[in-house]
Design a protein around this ligand. Structure first.
Ligand code: F6R
Length: 284
């Protein structure tokens, strides 16, 4: 596993955007696996800037890691709608090439099976971008998820519902029958409400994620430092699902100083990076 410690979130976003751009420039039909949540948003903003300078994403295919169950197709909190507005629509990836598990499915087992088949039919994921939960989850593989798991339904932990509650403020507004013209001051008083976050999700399994050719896990902030230390330096355990990355032949962890703060071998990781000779593989 390669660990790259960057000065701040923006540097991490630029590094990951560089990697994705290099890949798409070399292979326009690249299959990207994408995460949502707050961590990758700066990377997506960076990619949108790059596409304005002419990088063509129109032949790229995208598979989302996970999706909330039971949300309506027009719900802003749907991960598919988030990725469309943050990244895939602005850079011109046709919507039929952007895949997420169907949040409204009436046949979950079939939906999960077909999602796996779609990934396989596309030739697998070339580069999978991952965030990490403070409990070490990747996608929504919560602690004790099987390290061999495939796409399936998971029940979110209370912590994950809390951590996602902010993105559900619009639903809170709707549930409180507030008019959309509500002023900023009132809006700023809304408290995140975990009850607004669906309890169930469909998520790629850890076994599914490990089949991607390259994994990049991005993390920022001191609230991620325990999870990062356990992921990189702890024993492989389903209690910290991200430790499964240790078994992947090409996994890169990109962390800012705060998220890296509890790594015992941080000096070594920085020395490796500084001493790289041109024959050694880089993040790409
Ligand atoms: C979302 C996902 C999750 C998030 C994780 C961190 O698609 O896969 O694993 O990456 O919950 O979320 P943030 O980035 O909001 O801290």
């Amino acid at each position: 596993m390669e660990v790259i410690v960057v000065d701040n979130e923006q540097d991490g976003a630029e590094l990951v955007a560089d990697t994705i751009c290099n890949l798409v420039a070399k292979a326009p039909t690249t299959v990207l696996g994408l995460a949502t949540g707050s961590t990758p948003s700066a990377t997506y903003a960076e990619l949108c800037k790059r596409s304005e300078f002419g990088l063509d994403f129109s032949r790229t295919t995208v598979f989302m890691l996970d999706e909330f169950l039971g949300l309506e197709p027009d719900d802003d909190s749907l991960y598919l709608n988030s990725i469309r507005s943050w990244f895939t629509d602005p850079v011109g990836i046709p919507r039929e090439q952007v895949h997420a598990p169907d949040s409204c499915t009436q046949d979950i087992a079939r939906e999960c099976k077909e999602y796996e088949e779609k990934i396989r039919a596309a030739g697998g994921v070339d580069l999978q971008l991952l965030g990490i939960g403070r409990d070490g989850h990747i996608a929504f593989n919560e602690p004790t998820s099987s390290l061999g798991s495939r796409t399936r339904v998971k029940t979110l932990t209370d912590q994950s519902r809390w951590d996602n509650a902010e993105g559900f403020n619009a639903r809170q507004a709707a549930s409180q029958a507030l008019a959309s013209s509500i002023d900023e001051e009132t809006r700023s008083t809304w408290q995140p409400d975990p009850e607004q976050v669906p309890l169930h999700v469909i998520t790629q399994g850890i076994g599914t994620i490990l089949e991607a050719k390259h994994l990049i896990l991005l993390a920022n902030g001191s609230h991620k430092s325990d999870a990062i230390a356990a992921t990189v330096e702890g024993p492989i355990t389903s209690m910290v699902p991200a430790t499964a990355l240790q078994m992947h032949p090409h996994a890169t962890v990109v962390v800012d100083q705060q998220a890296a703060a509890k790594l015992q071998l941080i000096d070594y990781y920085q020395a490796i990076h500084a001493a790289k000779i041109h024959l050694q593989p880089r993040i790409t």
